[in-house]
Design a protein around this ligand. Sequence first.
Ligand SMILES: Cc1cc2nc3c(=O)[nH]c(=O)nc-3n(C[C@H](O)[C@H](O)[C@H](O)COP(=O)(O)O)c2cc1C
Ligand SMILES: Nc1ncnc2c1ncn2[C@@H]1O[C@H](COP(=O)(O)OP(=O)(O)O)[C@@H](O)[C@H]1O
Length: 213
Amino acid sequence: MSSVPLGRLYACALAPPAGLRSSRPCPPAGPRGPGTASMAAPPAAQTGPQPAPRADGVMRHLPYFCRGQVVRGFGRSSKQLGIPTANFPEQVIDNLPADVSTGIYHGWVSVGSGDVHKMVMSIGWNPYYKNKKKSMETRIMHTFKEDFYGELLNVAVVGYLRPEKNFDSLESLISAIQGDIEEAKKRLDLPEHLKLKEDNFFHIPKSKIMNGH
Ligand SMILES: Cc1cc2nc3c(=O)[nH]c(=O)nc-3n(C[C@H](O)[C@H](O)[C@H](O)COP(=O)(O)O)c2cc1C
Ligand SMILES: Nc1ncnc2c1ncn2[C@@H]1O[C@H](COP(=O)(O)OP(=O)(O)O)[C@@H](O)[C@H]1O
């Protein structure tokens, strides 16, 4: 799937410690302003196959750039799924354009001023867990020596994989996530996506970051 960049949105929702602040100025998040996206209630019926979201809701905002400090989630990814995911704080979620579709996306990510890696991201209410709050959870295709809570996560969302789904077992959810990871790895090797790995967005001076990985 090719992305249609119609401008660049920075959801700079953090007020990081001075040492973590990016040198890059962060324009406002989008025409509708912050706070609207996560105000919406979860869709009533999230069970069974979900219709593909309208292409304009998904595509209009890609690539979508955002940063925020990693916060704690519910601790289920590691414990139950064996697939830890880094959670964004509420402010980053609130800054999502209101019409961005929930679902599974792929893109690029760095932690602090570290290397840029492939990633998959789940945006939504995790119907399997029936969450009440929208979340943005990033699975990074890299093995880290230790957790990085509190560090700056820099994300470029470049493409859409599928809608969120409910599953009848944890095994099915895990297998879907693993499938997403394999599919994302392939798509991100396409030239149109590879070039975003080099984007200036990821060039944060090391001096601005306290604990780069
Ligand atoms: C690539 C990817 C795809 C996911 N797809 C779904 C999904 O279709 N349905 C769902 O309920 N949760 C989905 N999740 C979210 C997981 O359920 C989530 O990571 C889990 O609830 C752990 O959350 P926690 O880190 O806040 O504990 C997905 C997560 C990832 C990384
Ligand atoms: N490859 C990885 N991708 C995402 N997070 C990772 C990865 N490796 C280690 N982590 C760490 O695991 C944490 C998430 O663990 P998880 O069990 O999902 O707990 P939580 O629900 O608190 O997010 C992340 O915040 C990060 O510090």
